[in-house]
Design a protein around this ligand. Sequence first.
Ligand code: PHB
Length: 403
Amino acid sequence: MTPTNRNGRNSINRRAALRGAAGLAAAAGFTPVRFAIGQTVSVKVGFLLPYSGTYAALGHNITEAFKLRVDERGGKLGGRPVDYVAVDDESDPGKAADNTNKLVTRDKVDVIVGTVHSGVQLGVSKVARDTNSLLIIPNAGVNAATGPLCGSGIFRSSFSNWQPGYPMGTVMTERGHKRAVTLTWKYAGGEEILGGFKEGYEKAGGKVVEELYLPFPNTEFQALLTKIADIKPDAVFVFFAGGGAVKFVKDYHAAGLRKSIPLYSTGFLTDGTLKAQGQAAEGLFTTLHYGDGLNTPKDNAFRSAFEARGKGEADVYAVQGYDAAQMLAAGLDAVKGDVGARGELVKGIEQATIDSPRGPFTIGKNHNPVQNIYLREVKNGKNIVVGVAAKALMDPGRGCKLA
Ligand code: PHB
């Protein structure tokens, strides 16, 4: 687990010192240059991510890639050095509010970067709204975070749960699969990703004939695979990620279902997991906002730089962590590091075009990326991009009251 760093300087004292210095400058008759004095003080970033359990690898890649982007900028955002604090959220929704409050009240972070699990995100987003904290969500797709729980200081560098599954509806009907069974963990992440898929699939003329669930993060799939074999649908669409995705793909293959009942998913099933899944994943089609073989200068440079850090290969989670840092940089650069200039900082992020390894993206009115969703096929252990399933797809932002 990434160690929790508790040695950041006390922000209240830092702010008091800054106010004092600025006051002296003003009394001496200087026209204050924005935040020139404060630029030596660190910006404090609080990671709230899973560093244990089935999503541990996701949290690690987000953290590492965020730090990579900061390092590429000479360790600075908006001209200020960066300090980190990291808390393991354990993918436990019951601990979300307490953990977030700790970062806000005890650690006094300037920005929260979190999290991965949609159920945990609901708690994190509520505290961020209540405390008017700046929050960048580097994975969790829970629709409410850029819907009813959206906020002017809340941004997402990843996706909404509606986004990656919706375009798969057309892909599957065009491939002749008219009756599908869905299967996932019973929690907001799984339910909403399958919800996005179902909306697109039924609009395209398909029918979801059965929705199967198991509790998060359970991986006892056998009884459900037997049920699928009995139902005999044209295809199966699932959501699993991390450690659970490795086990599911292997179990589906071992059950001998791959030929008779084709398996589809969002790319979370096969991103960061292909090495462990091996042959069992070959030929799988998935949709996601990232993929292998994009072969753009930006993506190639990102992947080499990430791998050079010696902590593994880049994947979609690394991209989202890297882009969380790029979004924060856009905001902080716009105000030269003055986190107190919130309105302009927010505008700096809203107006940015993020030069992401996934391809450039803009930020929608509800603060969610407007981005391409790629169709990918697993070939020789890679998620090769074979098409664009939806171009510049914007989350509907249902229930978000931002202008
Ligand atoms: C989520 O809970 O929103 C979630 C978790 C892991 C993923 C994707 C979405 O890979």
